[in-house]
Write a new protein. Sequence first.
Length: 696
Amino acid sequence: FYCKTGIPMTNALAGQTSPYLEQHADNPVDWYPWGPEALSAARATGKPILLSIGYSACHWCHVMAHESFEHEPTAAVMNALFINIKVDREERPDLDRIYQLAHQLLTRRGGGWPLTMFLTHDDQRPFFGGTYFPREARHGLPAFSDLLQRVAGYYREQQPELRAQNQALVDALGRIDDGEPGTAPTLDAAALALARQQLEARFDRENGGWGGAPKFPHPASINRLLRDWHATALSQTPDLQALFMATLTLQRMAEGGLYDQLGGGFSRYSVDEHWQIPHFEKMLYDNGALLSAYATAALATGDEGYAAIAAGTADFLLREMQSPQGGFYSSFDADSEGHEGRFYVWTPEAVQAALPAAEAALFNARFGLDQPANFEGAWHLVVVQSLEALAAEGRYGSRDPANLAARLGAATTALRAVRNARVWPGRDEKILTSWNALAIRGLADAARALRRDDLTAAATRALDYLRAQLWRDGRLLAVGKDGLAQLPAYLDDHVLLVDAILALQTLRFRADELRFACELLEIVLARFTDHARGGFYFTADDHEALIHRSRMFGDDAMPAGNAIAAQVLLRMGHLLGEERYLHAAEATLRAGLPQALAQPMGHISLLTALEEQLHPPLFVILRGSDTALAGWCEQLHRVYAPRVSVLAIPAGATDLPPALADKLPVGEIVAYACRGSTCSPPITSLSALLGELRQT
């Protein structure tokens, strides 16, 4: 795909909004983006489709690109035998979900990225696939060009067998993804109890978290355990084990290399079970969810350590991830200068060159640079000694942990400035609606726990950006970049955005935002509902027709859209007295509960919705003057009460929905405590209200 002068030509990926696709625009591969042009070319030529799915921060995607997609002989084989399509999984999660699941069915192995799938030319059904393939045969994997020729030969010669396999696979997609119809389950606490048992049985009591290497953070499980503990905290047998599991996991992640000890924020996962060495890409969705988890833990326990990690993560989001227009960018790459992690690692000599000798010695002892290298001959920062232990040694100029903490803070700031002068990892600057919603929710939770108005302001700017740029003609869009908004929004975009809006209402009430949340839910009910079985499809009824329309209840890297749909429909239904929302939430829970009973740990977010179905949330509606509202909210926001939401509505507010308009102002300030369809008499005593919240 080069002209005779040797100057590279661009393929059909040039000018795409996805930085990942743009990275491949000058490959010698004749790439297409997914769309009518590519699918028409496949039908016209009869060539099978080579579908490659990845994302810009993916290390192994870069490796395969350098080895094969930039290699002219390999590209020539690809161009001769296939119609080649590149997909950014972050822009097209609908395609990624379908073909990841197809990969699992075909290979009996888990998937991942890069995902390499081979599809029929006429109906895009997958017949073979894998993930990363090397250019040269190694580690039991064939050379990619050899594989391409064998796959193309199989496609030519085995059509009857291939078509039969394809039909069986599509049938299996329906059974696995949607579940089998059966008797309506009873909505009780059985699945919650099973999840609690599984979380303890699979817990790593030394390192925190669940499972071995590679080890992923599970913020939904952490929040689930905090809720389990809180629900029993006033009983004779409080669930202290749940609190232990949640807090140990948070502590170990914060001490390890998963957390960026200099810049704040978290990498995607740890390659080891000790949280020491991460896969260095930083994703917005992880940081939004983990920000919420640390802020919630800080509120629940009063532990300043969790507050510090929440503050560091929030500062990272505002400093490095928020665009000038207000939306949040998607990710930072794992690689810089062609090497994974190069931006983040240090040597003792580099630290000593940047800091006075005494400060360098303290920093090196705190973060392990006085021990053997832990990452490819260099040092990735992890906490190896506590402040108390360093103070007790008496070797670092003070026996006061607070003094050492202040000096380490100054050293961290100085070294971050040095690091900022390095070549940065690439930043994917597309703005995704669902990921921004998770960031908004995390910032709202952190603003409440840390009492930081700047986080409320940042979350509001992001919401304002989404409303201005990604809400067009009464429909939500999934992605924006450089002033261009595109792609119909998915279920997750709608319901996570409603969840974010509700979280912001607990900080400052805006009637127009609440109306926007209702508009989003009306689209969900009208366009996404599975009327036959309950719950919601991932795509709208006017979405592009694909080989399967998925309907998923289990969490993956993000909470399941159906789970968040059930949560927000319940909350909005109770808040606004809207029976349609409550019925839709119940139908969603009944549709997903059989799968949750079979795999409780895989459906944690749905189980939180189940808990709120069984124990409806308490809404505290405050009406009063701005000064009085601020005073009461300052006290109410200090209470960890996961089943309680406080909405402070100024006495002069107008254009309220009927269920809120009838909560009339009385005197300087008044509270109405509403659960389900029942509200308390007006409450004018803050101490009485706080007492009720602590019992909820």
